[in-house]
Ligand binder design. Sequence first.
Ligand SMILES: Cc1ncc(COP(=O)(O)O)c(C=O)c1O
Length: 356
Amino acid sequence: MKTRDLSGHREYSPGKSTKEVAKDIGRGEQRIINLSSNENPIGPSPNVVKTLRDKSQSVNRYPKEAAKILINKIAEKWGVTESQIWLSNGGDGAIDYLSRAMIEPNDGVLVPNPGFAYYGMSAMFHHGCVDEYYIGKSEEFKLSAKNVLKRYNGQKIIYLTSPNNPTGGVFPIKDIKKIIDEIKEDSLVVIDEAYGEYCDEKSAIKLHDDYQNVAIIRTFSKAYGLAGCRIGYAIVPERGSGAYTRVSTPFAVGELSCHAAMAALGDEGHLEKTVNMAKWSREYMRKNMDMNVMESHANFVLVEVGDANEVFKKLKMRGIVVRDCTSFGMPEYIRVTCGDKKQTEMIVKEINNLKE
Ligand SMILES: Cc1ncc(COP(=O)(O)O)c(C=O)c1O
C-alpha cells in the first residue's frame, strides 16, 4: 500500500495499558495502578454490566433501534431536538464527524496548546490546517477569550475544552460568549465537555438558544465508565444538523454500546459516586503532594515534577502508571488520574517518596 504523505501527521500516543506495564516490570496485572488515561476507577455501573450480558444475544443484527432510543433519551436530557444529537464512536468520533461536515481543503482549525491531540489529527485527515492558541505555563494556564482571539483569523472550527485536558481548568461561559460574538458566522465553536460531569460550571449547551455556530461534545468514556464501549456524541445547532446522515458511517455506533449508555444514564447514583470520588481525590492530591499540583475541575490533576519522563519511569517501577505530559509539549509535568481512596493515597505517598 502506498499511502498519501502522512509524514506531517502526528501519531496519537495513548497512556500505557495495565497489561503492558505488568509485563514490562514483571508484576501481576492486579498489582498495577493505572492512573494514565482518565478512566473511571470504580468501573461501569452494575446496571451496565447486566445490560451488556442480557443484550449480547442480538449482536448478529445491525444496530437499528437502540441508537434511536438513545438519541431520544439524550435529546430529552438536554432539552434539544433529536436531530441535534450526533451519536459517535466516542468523543473522538464526534470530532471526526464535525471535521467531515465543516472542513474544506486548507481550512484552518484552531486548537489549544496544551490540549487534546485528536482535534489537530482529525483536521489533518480531512485536509485542514492546524493553528494553535496558547494556554500553557506562560499564560498561567488561563482559559480566556483573549488567548483564543489573539490567534483567530477565520478558522472554521475553534476547539475549547472545558475542563481542559491536561490542565484541568474551565472556560468561563462569559469568555465563550465573547469568542462567539467576535468570530465570523461560518466559524464553529466546539466546546468539548468530555469531563463536564466533574466540574461545577454549567454546560455550555444553553448557548444553543442564542447561537447557531456552537457545538458541544460529550462522552460516556469518563464519568459514565464506558471508555471501552466507544460511545459519545456531539450536540450541534439545529441549522446544519441534517448533515449527520451525510457524514456518519452507515451505523455510527454499536448496539451494545447504545444499550450500555442507556443503562449508565439510568444509574445516577453511580455517576454521583464517581464524581464525588474524583472531587475528593483531586483535592487530596492538591493538599498532600509535595509538588506543584494545578487546581483541577476534572478527574485528573497536572503535577509539576521537573523531569516527567524520569518520574514516569520511577513510578512505573513501583507499579503506578501516570501520564508523562511530554507528548503534550510539557516535559516537566505529569497528569495523574483521580483514583479511588487507596490508589490516591498510594500515588501521593509514592510521589512524596521520590523526593527523598
Ligand atoms: C478532552 C477530550 N476530548 C475527547 C476525548 C475523547 O474521548 P472518547 O473518544 O473516549 O470519548 C478525550 C479523551 O481522553 C479527551 O481528553
